[in-house]
Design a protein around this ligand. Structure first.
Ligand SMILES: [Zn+2]
Ligand SMILES: [Zn+2]
Length: 198
């Protein structure tokens, strides 16, 4: 069965699958039950950080998985990431709680989404009409889609079960970043928008 996700354009159809069962029992915030990263239960913060995955860059098998903090929205992506960028545009600073956002690009037609996604429509600093998807339950920012290029969906890296699958390859909209922003000196910097991925 296939179903249009609310607010999506005609080119962005996601098959409907049953979401994975989510435990009812209480679990700590740092260990949502729907994640399958193999992290242990919460302990001292230093021990928690020690258990976070390292930036090994090793290839992970598809399909890649993503979702929101509360588990209401789950995403399965049967494609490798096409690109990843850190964006400091003013709008991303709202989404990122003050920081920029890291966004990983996938082909829209290779994504399967379960759960309700709510979309916010706006015009980006670039002038592009955009829609941004988030979980209406927990508010986690999940997706960004340019209306003119709806074959591409950017997933917020923090929503990926494994944010290590691809780190940012460029920093964009650096002119909009606050003076205290740390911009990775090892990545190329661009003052504003750069050409589309595909
Ligand atoms: Zn949620
Ligand atoms: Zn941005």
């Amino acid at each position: 069965m296939r179903s249009m996700v609310e607010g999506n354009g005609a080119t962005c159809v996601f098959p409907l699958h049953q979401p994975a069962a989510v435990e009812e029992s209480h679990v700590p915030l740092f260990d949502p039950p729907h994640l399958t990263m193999g992290r242990n239960r919460i302990g001292p913060l230093s021990a928690q950080i020690d258990k976070l995955p390292r930036r090994t860059g090793k290839a992970k098998p598809m399909p890649h998985q993503a979702g929101c903090l509360c588990g209401q929205v789950r995403v399965s992506i049967d494609a490798e990431p096409m690109a990843a960028r850190m964006c400091w545009c003013r709008l991303c600073q709202y989404l990122g709680g003050g920081s920029g956002t890291v966004n990983v690009c996938f082909p829209s037609d290779r994504m399967t989404v379960t759960g309700e996604v709510r979309w916010h429509h706006s015009t980006a600093d670039s002038g592009n009409a955009m829609r941004r998807g988030f979980c209406p339950e927990c508010g986690t920012p999940l997706f960004s889609v340019a209306e003119s290029r709806s074959h591409l969906t950017f997933i917020r890296a923090g929503a990926l079960d494994d944010p290590d699958i691809l780190g940012p390859q460029a920093v964009i909209w650096t002119d909009a970043a606050p003076h205290w922003a740390h911009l990775d000196p090892e990545l190329p910097h661009y003052p504003a928008q750069i050409p589309p991925v595909a």
